[in-house]
Design a protein around this ligand. Structure first.
Ligand SMILES: [Mg+2]
Length: 197
């Protein structure tokens, strides 16, 4: 199996991509680069610099390099980088949210989260996004405390809003893709627009 290892040196911004056949499966590659030998900077340094002789590697840490592993089907591991799967569907999102749900609870005996909690969660995340936009608007109005858009933070909050919305849809057994598609098309039709999903 061919695995593409993309390793990025955070300080210099330099990136190397190496194709490797040495892993038996994705799980093995994932383990080696997350918890195994290449999970820390000392060995990542050697790998990145092609195992230089007589050069002392940095101490064991985990923030000098970022690694992304991919196979024919796309990226399957990424640390320190925003992971953009080649294909993301609403079904993937719903499945992952369902799979992760037990991890949020301290014990299996915890009661299921209520819809009102989800509502608060969505309100909180929408507020966090609006707060970022407010800072940008402060610049436009020349108010103290303004700052240039922090795109990374804005992206994060947009992600949170979508994910908490998906959690509500999941709780109500709403088909998220169908809801988005129907609403988009309904609005187009109402407004007399030609674009349809
Ligand atoms: Mg947030």
């Amino acid at each position: 199996m061919t695995i593409s290892i993309r390793i990025h040196e955070n300080a210099t911004g330099e990136t190397r991509t190496i194709e490797s056949e040495e892993y038996g499966d994705l799980a093995q590659a994932h383990f080696i680069w997350s918890e195994g030998n290449y999970g820390c900077d000392c060995n990542r340094f050697l790998f990145f610099h092609d195992f230089p002789e007589g050069v002392e590697s940095p101490s064991c840490d985990d923030n000098l390099f970022s690694v992304e592993l991919s196979c024919d089907e796309g990226v399957f591991y990424s640390d320190g980088w925003f992971l953009k799967p080649r294909e993301l569907t609403f079904d993937n999102v719903m499945e992952a949210l369902g799979g992760r749900e037990p991890e949020w609870h301290h014990s299996p005996d915890c009661p299921p989260v209520s819809l009102s909690f989800r509502g608060m969660e969505l309100g909180g995340e929408a507020g966090e996004l609006l707060n970022e936009l407010k800072k940008v608007e402060r610049v436009r109005f020349g108010l103290a405390g303004g700052k240039e858009p922090d795109m990374e933070k804005i992206e994060e909050e947009i992600g949170d809003v979508i994910l908490t919305t998906a959690l509500i849809a999941r709780q109500l057994n709403i088909d998220l893709a169908g809801a988005v598609l129907n609403k988009f098309n309904k609005t187009s039709k109402k407004m007399g627009f030609d674009t349809r999903l």
